[in-house]
Design a protein around this ligand. Structure first.
Ligand code: ATP
Length: 227
């Protein structure tokens, strides 16, 4: 378990995250909540990209060895393969080998485009490249910020299959999403944030069938269009 105790993060004198919860290190966890509720901030904290002002995070980002995939992964003006080769692994110990790259490209179905300029990739191919780069880092956990935002249904399905495969291979996955249908289909557990506070952390079915807080009930009803 990842244990977050009394974590507080401020920006511009505003508390943007105030959280105490536990998140499993295995399986697939969805972090959900309204816009601005702190989902991306939580992923960045887990990855060690930002620090908490106070509180305890165990085992901590060094031990977690995560790969973080944000919305717009910067790519260099070079081939898909070169964009893979520049990736560093999450602990800086292993060199990324040619066969690591081959394996990751095959996983995301981009082998045939490996010599194409990465900047010419479509949004869906770009996202698959980002996942392949993350996979090459040999992370223990992969943190994905809205991995299927702006993708069409068929590409969304491809990306979901890759995520599922990574989890089946033993890599813990934490992703954020605004698609509750996707969360229900993919996630084993849910962390629900509201105004920077974790209000619920439980199994996916429990969350959707028996939400404990009024905020979660309203959020589910609004997002799924229930009356
Ligand atoms: N560097 C920053 N400086 C100031 N405010 C910030 C900073 N980073 C995040 N925030 C604020 O913190 C809050 C949480 O942001 P965050 O991006 O984590 O939300 P989110 O749940 O991922 O939102 P969305 O669903 O819109 O992507 C927002 O109100 C945001 O404006």
């Amino acid at each position: 378990m990842i244990d977050l105790k009394d974590i507080v993060i401020h920006r511009d004198e505003r508390k943007i995250l105030s959280i105490s919860t536990q998140i499993p290190r295995q399986g697939i966890t969805a972090v959900i909540g309204p816009n601005g509720s702190g989902k991306t901030t939580l992923l960045k904290l887990l990855h060690g990209a930002i620090e908490a002002d106070s509180g305890i995070y165990q085992p901590g980002w060094v031990e977690l060895q995560s790969a973080l995939v944000l919305h717009h992964t910067p790519l260099i003006k070079a081939s898909v393969r070169t964009n893979m080769a520049i990736v560093k692994d999450s602990i800086g110990k292993h060199k990324i080998t040619e066969s690591d790259i081959d394996e990751a490209l095959a996983l995301v179905g981009l082998t045939h485009l490996q010599n194409q300029s990465a900047l010419k990739l479509s949004a869906g191919e770009r996202q698959r490249l980002s996942l392949a780069r993350a996979k090459c880092q040999r992370p223990k956990m992969i943190l994905l910020d809205e991995p299927t935002a702006n993708l069409d249904p068929s590409t969304t399905e491809q990306v979901e299959t890759i995520i599922q495969q990574m989890a089946d291979d033993g890599c813990g996955v934490i992703f954020t999403s605004h698609h509750l249908g996707q969360v229900q289909a993919l996630a084993d557990q849910v962390v629900f944030l509201n105004e920077g506070v974790c209000l619920e952390a439980c199994g996916t079915e429990d969350f959707f069938v028996r939400p404990q807080t009024e905020q979660a009930k309203k959020f589910i009803a609004r997002e799924l269009g229930w009356k």
